[in-house]
Design a binder for this molecule. Structure first.
Ligand code: AMP
Ligand code: MG
Length: 449
């Protein structure tokens, strides 16, 4: 339906992409932070500044396997004239003993071992004969050579990883190196994805003419995972008005955000999602000035009154499952399920995909108090012409050659053309004011994640 609406909507008021997104972000509240073991924090968004409680490293230590010396004692050493010193001790990494280096001697020392008191430098073993009782040293060293000083990496109190960082392996390393066993992070948002449509069949099952395989729910679940979420894909909901709301309500207990696809186009009696959710009064259906993805619905849904958290009355599915032991009490995050944000995306796969990237991804970022989920925008030269409907911003599939700074529009820009979507790595933006763009013009391009 969405494809042919261009003329019909002319003159009607459309909501801009920015306004729709702003309304969404104004509704979303970040999930309450939770303390997790550093081994489980990878990929999550940090909800505190992690600081060094002590300096890094916390003691002076050797940067090399070699010999701890005083600079003056090896000042005369050279390749042809070695200086020989007695080796009075050996210190390995992890040795917590207190050693002192008498003048005129050396101590054999390993990488990471604590420096003996009085050490001025470490001579790498490669510059010596590796002796055990006595060592011949064939180079002089400067004060502080091959020594890692206390606090040389970070000072006590220094911020090591800032709040709002999505934790990658290097951040995990820093947090562990700073001795933190646990960190405060945002939990992964739990996203429930439902596709609607009586024409839909499960991939892997035989199909008959008139039916299509459901691709949206799998695509959106994958996109939600890509955005750092846990995604639960639900069974297909047929176009039966009485089934839509129960299907949504059944899932609310485990959703931090819900996404439906299909059933929201411009008014047919088969627009069951719109019909079912409109009666709640908490979801707004709009025409957004974009192509694809004009029909958008967003709002919140609440658990039915009989199913409240916080140990009050619990009827319906949640309590039934809890009574049967299928839902642990702790899996219910107290107070969080009062209202669950819900997106009702259009059914055409490309519309659903574009809508997800433009609106849902930033919302999933907001749930994690993370501002890094917006798509990167770059400028690139078009290798071919483009057309766009009036008053709407087009997001057209293209193949971006980043090093060359060029983007090639794909042929087959229909919203149902999922095969073209599979070839794209970018969305080319044609602004609201433009009806065409020519080859050689420079366009804004969204880089797809
Ligand atoms: P609707 O928004 O329900 O009117 O659907 C618009 C178009 O998208 C129709 O051609 C549907 O068959 C198609 N469609 C809807 N849902 C899906 C889905 N889950 N997977 C693939 N195509 C879909
Ligand atoms: Mg439908």
């Amino acid at each position: 339906m969405t494809e042919v609406q261009t003329n019909v909507i002319e003159g009607e008021s459309l909501t801009s992409v920015e306004e729709h997104l702003a309304d969404i972000l104004a509704t979303i509240r970040p999930l309450a932070p939770t303390e997790l073991g550093v081994g489980d924090a990878y990929g999550l968004v940090l909800a505190e500044d992690v600081t060094a409680s002590s300096p890094l490293p916390s003691f002076d230590n050797s940067a090399m396997d070699g010999y701890a010396v005083r600079v003056e004692d090896v000042a005369a050493a050279a390749q042809d004239i070695p200086v020989t010193l007695p080796v009075v001790a050996e210190v390995a990494a992890g040795d917590t003993g207190a050693y002192a280096l008498p003048a005129g001697t050396s101590i054999r020392i390993m990488t990471g071992a604590m420096l003996p008191h009085g050490t001025e430098a470490v001579v790498p073993v490669e510059w010596t004969d590796g002796g055990q009782a006595r060592v011949a040293i064939r180079a002089k060293v400067d004060f502080g050579a091959s020594v890692r000083l206390t606090g040389g990496d970070a000072k006590a109190g220094e911020v090591l990883v800032t709040k709002g960082t999505r934790l990658r392996p290097m951040h995990i390393a820093v947090i562990a190196a700073a001795g933190r066993g646990t960190v405060l992070v945002r939990p992964r948002p739990r996203v429930v994805v439902l596709s609607t449509g009586s024409e839909l069949a499960e991939p892997g099952t035989p199909i008959i003419p008139g039916r299509i395989w459901d691709s949206n729910s799998f695509m959106i679940a994958a996109a939600a995972r890509e955005a750092g979420c846990l995604a639960y894909r639900q069974a297909i909901v047929p176009d039966r008005p009485e089934q839509v709301l129960p299907a949504i309500e059944d899932q609310l207990a485990r959703a931090d955000l819900m996404i439906t696809t299909g059933g929201v186009s411009m008014g047919g009696e088969y627009d069951v999602v719109k019909a079912a959710l409109r009666q709640l009064g908490t979801i707004e259906f709009r025409k957004v000035a974009m192509q694809p993805g004009m029909p958008q619905g967003f709002g919140t849904v609440a658990l039915p009154a009989s199913v409240t958290v916080d140990g009050k009355t619990r009827g319906g599915l949640l309590s039934r499952l809890a009574d049967r032991g299928e839902v642990a009490e702790t899996s219910v995050r107290a107070g969080e399920h009062d209202r669950v944000p819900i997106f009702t995306l259009p059914g055409n796969p490309v519309s659903a995909y574009v809508s997800f990237q433009i609106f849902v991804r930033p919302a999933l970022g907001a749930l994690q108090a993370y501002d890094g989920l917006g798509l990167e925008t770059i400028r690139a030269e078009l290798t071919g012409p483009l057309r766009s409907p009036p008053s709407r911003r087009s997001f057209l599939r293209g193949v971006l050659d980043r090093p060359a700074g060029r983007v090639a529009p794909l042929t087959g820009q229909g919203s149902h053309q999922v095969a073209t979507l599979g070839k794209a790595n970018a969305l080319i933006i044609v602004p609201e004011g433009a009806l065409t763009m020519a080859a050689g013009e420079t366009a804004d391009v969204l880089v797809l994640p």
